[in-house]
Design a protein around this ligand. Structure first.
Ligand SMILES: *Cc1c(COP(=O)(O)O)cnc(C)c1O
Length: 380
């Protein structure tokens, strides 16, 4: 029996492969790629995406927790996995036994890893995070050399890399330059002290687009891999957008269609009332699928190649669209929430605006009950 989905996400693996190739080409030879696959690969589905990226030449995986690291390991063995967050004390044993590279920001964290490495008879590669202005993880850059020296003297610990993270690369050139200069200062101190550390990296997707002189020898793209350019105050050249292919489409169906007279209120709370006779369609997606309620009375969808307004409150499993301008509509017709249909296109950035958020949150809001369907040469 053919499988029917009420609401689903289609992921184009060929698009992801192309995006990775474009990133590799852009940063050039000698710069490793740490593809960031946290949060179920930005909602695209971690295992399929990790497999595709392994086949397409990624060097390292960036994850946010050890479950994600395990999932990547279960797909293929030869790749380094960098845990981007700080390990909890109780996770240290797990990280060491699974050979996950931890991010270290302090001496106590380094001590825990050194002790655990000794216990398990292993050499543990770590990376040191340097805070140059993000204000999240990391040792303050002025104290970085001290921490690096401390870690270098610990038994069975190897400092495999140092890195920092830009807070505003898509918005603020000046502040990003300040962060860059702070990071360069640390690299200068290391050089002076004749300390060689294999990896240095700073750039997320926005950094890759806007900060071409801070590729160092690794970059950490997330959003770009999925085909989306982070939007901000800094302008992105059109040719960049043309090279990247959004990999994810989000779709549902029309389940019911009806005509309503003027003055008919629609959905919870009656925030919409028809001004004239109109035709509405009930759609098989709602905030329980991750189509956020914030889009009520604001968002648009594509049906039969036409943009239609979402009217009234979005509910958990259903929402309502004004389909007055769509002829010949039947239950079962496909509705595009994110993606292309006919000549119309809704991209994740547009939806993010309706939802009052960013593409990252739109992707990671798509819930567990929405099946991810894979397309392209690599689909299993
Ligand atoms: C999430 C994350 C990235 C990837 O960010 P994008 O903007 O998606 O490219 C890179 N580095 C760190 C430390 C992260 O947490």
């Amino acid at each position: 029996m053919e499988k029917i989905y009420r609401c689903w996400a289609e992921v184009d693996l060929e698009a992801l492969r192309q995006n990775l190739l474009w990133i590799k080409h852009t940063v050039g030879k000698g710069v490793k790629i740490a593809t960031v696959v946290k949060a179920d690969a930005y909602g695209h589905g971690l295992k399929q995406i990790a497999a595709l990226l392994m086949q397409s030449g990624t060097d390292v995986f960036g994850v946010a927790n050890l479950n994600e690291a395990e999932a990547v390991r279960s797909i293929g063995k030869g790749w380094q996995i960098l845990m981007l967050g700080a390990c909890l004390p109780k996770e240290v044993h797990w990280a060491v036994s699974d050979d996950v590279m931890p991010t270290i920001s302090s001496k106590p964290e380094a001590d825990l890893f050194s002790a655990e490495a000794k216990r398990q008879g292993k050499i543990v590669k770590i990376q040191i995070k340097i805070d140059t202005g993000m204000g999240r993880l990391g040792v303050w850059y002025e104290n970085a050399l001290d921490l690096i020296n401390y870690c270098r003297n610990l038994a069975q610990i190897k400092v495999a890399g140092i890195f920092t993270h830009f807070s505003s690369a898509e918005d603020d050139k000046k502040f990003t330059q300040l962060q860059k200069n702070r990071f360069l200062k640390v690299l200068g101190e290391l050089k002076k002290a004749k300390i060689k550390i294999p990896l240095a990296h700073s750039n997320n997707s926005a950094g890759i687009i806007h900060e071409k002189d801070t590729y160092f020898n690794m970059v950490r793209p997330g959003l770009l891999v999925y085909g989306i350019v982070p939007k901000g105050k800094r302008r992105t050249k059109n040719d960049i957008k043309n090279h990247l292919i959004p990999a994810l489409s989000f779709k549902c169906h029309v389940s019911y269609i009806k005509e309503i007279p003027a003055g008919t209120p629609i959905s919870y709370g009656h925030i919409f009332t028809s001004k004239k006779r109109m035709k509405v369609a009930i759609l098989t997606a709602g905030y329980g699928d991750g189509y956020l309620r914030a889009g009520s009375n604001k968002a648009q969808v594509i049906i039969k190649g036409k943009r239609c307004n979402v009217v009234g409150r979005i509910t958990m499993d259903q929402m309502i669209a004004d389909v007055s301008a769509v002829p010949d509509l039947s239950p079962g017709d496909e509705v595009v929430l994110i993606g292309t249909q006919g000549n119309e296109k809704i991209d994740v950035c547009e939806i993010a605006e309706w939802f009052g958020t960013i593409p990252y949150e739109v992707f990671t809001s798509i819930t567990y009950r929405v099946p991810r369907i894979y397309r392209g040469a690599y689909a299993a």
